[in-house]
Design a protein around this ligand. Structure first.
Ligand SMILES: Nc1ncnc2c1ncn2[C@@H]1O[C@H](COP(=O)(O)OP(=O)(O)OP(=O)(O)O)[C@@H](O)[C@H]1O
Ligand SMILES: Nc1ncnc2c1ncn2[C@@H]1O[C@H](COP(=O)(O)OP(=O)(O)OP(=O)(O)O)[C@@H](O)[C@H]1O
Ligand SMILES: [Mg+2]
Ligand SMILES: [Mg+2]
Lengths: 156, 165, 156, 165
């Protein structure tokens, strides 16, 4: 069990360190074990250094940098162990448009192995989707699903 | 394994029977504030065995039952059914298609079923164990919760990796 | 002291109930005292009912509905006691475009009495501003202020 | 009362001396993720007397001093100055213009001044008391914190209204 954990951890750590500079356009990040000699009780530490900046505690990162770091870790885990499907509810709300495009690009890479259901109000994410479903409340308080044309959004 | 269909009736703002077909790739869900998008993702967590009412933004589990509107009366039952293509057996079952159903009545009665056969909640959660979709799953990220992993304890993150190991 | 609190509370409660339906395009909301007979120890309860929906606990509101309710309360307080200035850091991140326009409209009403400094990445808010300052990091890790033309954003 | 100018030097990512002029109305602050926008709003809270390092996303107050980059060395001091037009005396002072300055050195020394005259932190926080800009102010809403008021206890909200009463 400890072996499988270590193997998985090392896989995720490797993927995390590889994906981060692609997601951020540079910089570096690491996952480390707090107790490398005690695999049963160890925790996992995260360090993230956006491009050109000094390595500082996670709390000092900006709202968008934190979201992107967490999204990077998600993709790292999905790379090592693709979940059958993944539901993301507005995870990119704090990303600027340039970062949304990078995020959307990653969705397109990973969707071969993982089905994505992405709730969003950001255009950059919508145009990356294969299809869009709209939720409406024509009758107050009652939700209804409708199909939405991708072209409609691509032109906004 | 693929999610192929989601059906809701009486779950939160989805008063009427609703069916959504899913295909491989990326499906975007869009709509105005308060239209019901997060309710959709919560219906999936619920049918997969979520037991925390607070985790579904309520005080008690009965809060997921459609409570009525100015023009419509409340209903007495919430029901969600999820259909999976399990030919790769990513879920712990020999079956190729899995239909998971959960219902809750206002009198507190719960119903659970797999492929039409009544079962316990535990049978449903066992199905998703070790698939990355189990309890504490990283695969369903709720609104406003994306950077929770950065705030969580090092031990909690370890559990996350343990879950998929 | 208790009298001033009550007077202020009643003013804010009145403004909150008035502004909410304008902000939400309908519906109603209330501020109430938990202990109306004990002004020294009372708390303040908030109830909010978006248009056409049934009155339910605040926790069941959507992300955008919650943000808009909190923003409504802010404007109610500003109406009764305009702060000299007000700094808003991406408070409208979860609002859809229709709600952003309503929020931006309110900023324009209240800016006569309160100076607003609004950090945003939403176009609808930017076009409501009287001027825009950009923060850039041309040199990695070092922030620099630049002036930004409003036309530049209005055309995006 | 109006905010007329903000000056920063060595405060978080604002390594170089920076001056921002403010006018009445609505000023928008825009820029890419991580460029320094929230650092700006935190500099205002800091010069107005914020004492919680955690409230400024750090572990200790020294975390607000520019820590250097790959190409630039750290500095030994953070300094913020805010200038106010106080002709309506919304701030507790008979003076028509108020220049509030705060500095922190890496050795832990702090400096506080109003209109060039050294003072204590308390003199600065007293200035803003009851203006709606004091401790627990509703008038500066941090990123990701807009709906905090909905989660807060009824008593905390009462304090908020007390603050402006
Ligand atoms: N049991 C229930 N019965 C009826 N309506 C409910 C029930 N539970 C929640 N709702 C309604 O569902 C709405 C919230 O839906 P949801 O959170 O899915 O919106 P959303 O589309 O995600 O919006 P946003 O874009 O703001 O996040 C609320 O207005 C709430 O009143
Ligand atoms: N003491 C410091 N020295 C140098 N850089 C710092 C210091 N403290 C914070 N920073 C940097 O400031 C950046 C964060 O800035 P800020 O939070 O203002 O960004 P932002 O423009 O608000 O971004 P977002 O749009 O994502 O919210 C981080 O990259 C962080 O590394
Ligand atoms: Mg939502
Ligand atoms: Mg920010």
């Amino acid at each position: 069990v400890a072996d499988r954990f270590l193997e998985t951890f090392q896989g995720v750590a490797k993927a995390f360190a590889r994906i981060f500079p692609i997601m951020f356009g540079g910089g570096e990040a690491r996952l480390t074990l707090t107790l490398p000699d005690d695999l049963l009780h160890t925790g996992v530490d995260i360090s993230a250094q956006p491009p050109g900046k000094k390595l500082q505690q996670l709390s000092l990162l900006s709202g968008g940098e934190r979201a992107l770091t967490a999204i990077t870790l998600l993709f790292a885990i999905l790379q090592v162990r693709p979940a059958p499907f993944c539901v993301l509810d507005e995870v990119e709300a704090s990303l600027d448009d340039a970062n949304i495009d990078r995020f959307a690009h990653f969705l397109q890479q990973y969707q071969k192995h993982t089905q994505f259901i992405v709730i969003t109000h950001r255009r950059g994410t919508m145009v990356a989707a294969d299809r869009l479903y709209g939720v409406t409340m024509q009758e107050s308080g009652v939700s209804k699903m409708v199909s939405v044309s991708l072209k409609e959004f691509a032109n906004q | 394994m693929g999610l192929t269909r989601l059906q809701l009736k009486g779950f939160k703002s989805f008063a009427d029977a609703t069916t959504i077909e899913f295909s491989p790739g990326i499906t975007g869900i869009v709509g105005p504030n308060g239209s019901g998008k997060s309710n959709l993702s919560e219906s999936m967590r619920w049918v997969m065995g979520e037991q925390s009412a607070k985790g579904l933004r309520g005080n008690q589990m009965a809060d997921v039952i459609f409570a009525g509107t100015a023009l419509r009366p409340a209903v007495n039952m919430a029901e969600v059914t999820m259909t999976f293509d399990n030919r790769d057996h990513a879920l712990k079952s020999a079956l190729k298609t899995l239909v998971v159903r959960r219902a809750l009545y206002t009198d507190g009665t719960s119903e659970y079923a797999i492929n039409g056969k009544t079962c316990r909640l535990k049978d449903i959660t066992d199905l998703f164990m070790d698939s990355g979709l189990g309890k504490g799953s990283f695969a369903i990220i709720g609104q406003g919760r994306v950077d929770e992993i950065l705030n969580s304890k090092p031990e909690t993150r370890r559990d996350l990796i343990e879950e998929v190991a």
